[in-house]
Design a protein around this ligand. Structure first.
Ligand code: ZN
Length: 437
């Protein structure tokens, strides 16, 4: 008697597979379909087919696009995985679609990352969950729980939680993911009022992949990492910590070789540090989680550079640019009067001279000469200078000497050059607050 179907036979895959790598939801294991199929029997595969149908497809997902896949059987007997919803894979520009030719290079890359990073993905998810559990401000994290909506379909975030009522979704970002998928997921969560955060298992090495750079730039130059050290610190302190890589502009004084004056330049400062989650500003609309505002930092550093140029009497377009910078900040149409522009530049240079311990915008030998310059030539900016130095605590009484000391003493007695104190320049207050406090 011939047995036409033997459940004990080894299962085989079709020669051309639709989805070549799938992720098993129960343990996050990444499966290379062709190799895995031959380890199964026909019985196992056919039971699995039924189970997948019963669970509505939530057992395996496509490694590329993350959408659910089903087991299918070719008429010649080979098994393969196909997307449950073709339109979803199409929308996500998944590479595993019918009749799509995948280059060997892409194949290899997916295979390499798939195998190496399957376990890492599980580990990173666990790290994230432990970090969140350490902090009572987070609700109990949900791992790979289906998130369904009425209008926009559903997704299955790696880890989801709430931070003080704000819904946050964490995706453990390990292997290459396609830009379209990033955009699609981000849009989905934004519509739901949730913040999607991509968490890496380590800092990228010297060759940043496009997705690292995309993510870093769209998140205000902040990139998140969760590793074992974050877990240890979070559990010890009872609050969630992540490692954050940032780049932040800073100013640095240098002596200009052409005119011998001290000027300022912008340097990009790298930082990689443990940061408590509570110190972040979260914005679900812009999909950002940051602890400084990169636009503000860029404005401030750029502004200081221009002030040093103006103070140094630079004849290029520094005057115009500084004027425009102030107009934009104050939202005024009228251009800034030149005397005020010079006074403002001298004030910023005075403050920066004390902060940087260099006579910024001049070729003086002493920092205090820059302060005296403000006193002598820009009376309405002098009160601001004294007040700001005092608030920043960078010009303590004990350190003052000579003329500057007398002038500050006079100021506190309400005197200026033998007469009453000048009125401080009114419009400068707001910008000073923005830059220094
Ligand atoms: Zn796919």
């Amino acid at each position: 008697m011939v047995i036409h179907f033997n459940p004990n036979d080894r299962a085989k895959s079709t020669n051309t597979l639709q989805v070549e790598f799938v992720r098993r939801a129960s343990d996050g294991e990444i499966i290379e379909v062709k190799k895995w199929m031959v380890t199964q029997t026909e019985e196992q595969i056919h039971c699995l087919r039924t189970k997948i149908r019963q669970e509505n497809g939530e057992i395996f997902s496509c490694l590329c696009c993350g959408h659910d896949v089903l087991l299918r059987k070719h008429e010649r007997g080979g098994h393969y995985f196909a997307h449950k919803e073709k339109s979803a894979a199409d929308k996500a520009e998944c590479i595993y679609q019918q009749n799509r030719i995948i280059s060997p290079e892409v194949q290899n890359r997916i295979r390499y990352h798939g195998q190496r990073e399957g376990t890492r993905h599980i580990q990173t998810k666990e790290f994230i969950a432990r970090i969140l559990r350490s902090d009572t401000a987070f609700s109990e994290p949900e791992i790979e729980k289906r998130w369904a909506t009425f209008a926009d379909g559903w997704r299955k975030p790696d880890v989801a939680s709430k931070w003080n009522g704000q819904r946050i979704v964490f995706e453990a970002q390990i292997s290459d993911i396609y830009p379209q998928i990033v955009v699609e997921r981000t849009d989905f969560y934004r519509k739901q009022g949730a913040l999607l955060m991509w968490i890496y298992h380590q800092l990228p090495e010297e060759n940043w992949r496009a997705q690292h750079a995309d993510n870093f730039c769209s998140n205000g130059l902040h990139l998140f990492v969760a590793d074992e050290e974050c877990v240890i610190i979070s559990e010890a302190k009872g609050r969630a910590y992540f490692k954050i890589y940032t780049q932040r502009p800073e100013i640095e004084p240098f002596k200009c070789i052409t005119d011998g004056k001290w000027k300022l330049k912008i340097v990009q400062k790298e930082c990689f540090e443990l940061v408590p989650f509570s110190s972040l500003s979260l914005n679900a609309e812009s999909q950002t989680a940051t602890y400084f505002d990169i636009r503000k930092e860029q404005f401030i550093t750029n502004h200081k550079v221009l002030c040093a140029e103006v103070q140094a009497g630079y004849l290029g377009d520094a005057y115009d640019l500084l004027g425009k910078s102030i107009q934009e900040f104050l939202v005024v149409k009228k251009s800034i009067d030149r005397k005020n522009l010079e006074g403002w530049a001298a004030l910023i240079c005075g403050i920066e001279s004390k902060k940087q311990e260099r006579p910024v915008g001049t070729k003086y030998t002493n920092v205090v000469e820059v302060l005296n310059l403000v006193h002598d030539h820009h009376p309405s900016f002098f009160p601001h200078l004294v007040r700001v130095l005092d608030r920043l605590k960078i010009d303590p009484h004990s350190q003052r000497s000579g003329k500057w000391k007398e002038r500050v003493n006079d100021f506190y007695e309400g005197k200026y050059k033998g007469g009453p104190l000048p009125q401080p320049h009114e419009k400068s207050k707001k910008l000073l607050e923005y830059i220094y406090f």
